[in-house]
Design a protein around this ligand. Structure first.
Ligand code: UDP
Length: 151
């Protein structure tokens, strides 16, 4: 089982999409092992988006990510990083395929509904950035074997 970080961004909070997003992950068979609401600040965003701080759109991204509290989730499952990235879709909502979260809910390159870790290694780094160890739980839903029958 892998773990990955998902952030439900302010664009989704503003638009009342929290439930739709959580439902998609649960129906897929992914396990939510950590979840909380938090207000992001410039310090954590400069760290999280360190690869983008020099881009011209960075001030706008900062403002967008601080516009409301966000929901951070630890999502667990087999190949969870790849599965969640596939469910997320391309960065720009207009280019993301229908059926993906961004493809179904976004028309924007910036206001693209969720963040999802892009590698197993970054997933671990990002989870440690947003969660204390005791905020991630070790449990399995009782129906788990129906999702993960031998493949
Ligand atoms: N972003 C943007 N304009 C761009 C590229 C990215 O506003 O041209 C924002 C967008 O919200 C994106 C985030 O910056 O989700 C992080 O960008 P990254 O390239 O890491 O893409 P992601 O992994 O989120 O698909």
């Amino acid at each position: 089982m892998e773990q990955t970080l998902v952030i439900i961004k302010p664009s989704a909070i503003h638009r009342g999409l929290i439930g739709d997003i959580i439902t998609r992950f649960q129906r897929k068979g992914l396990i939510i092992t950590g979840m909380k609401m938090m207000q992001l600040d410039e310090t954590i965003l400069r760290e999280h988006y360190a690869h983008l701080v020099d881009r011209p759109f960075f001030p706008s991204l900062l403002e967008s990510m601080m516009a409301t509290p966000v929901i951070v989730m630890c999502i667990e499952g087999k190949d969870a990083v790849e599965v969640v990235r596939l469910m997320t879709g391309a960065t720009n909502g207009r280019k993301a395929l229908p059926g993906t979260i961004r493809g179904d809910f976004s028309m924007s390159g910036q206001e693209n509904i969720i963040h999802a870790s892009d590698s197993v290694e970054n997933g671990q780094i990002e989870l440690a950035r947003f969660f204390k160890p005791e905020e991630i739980f070790n449990y399995r839903p009782s129906n788990i074997r129906f999702f993960y029958a031998p493949d």
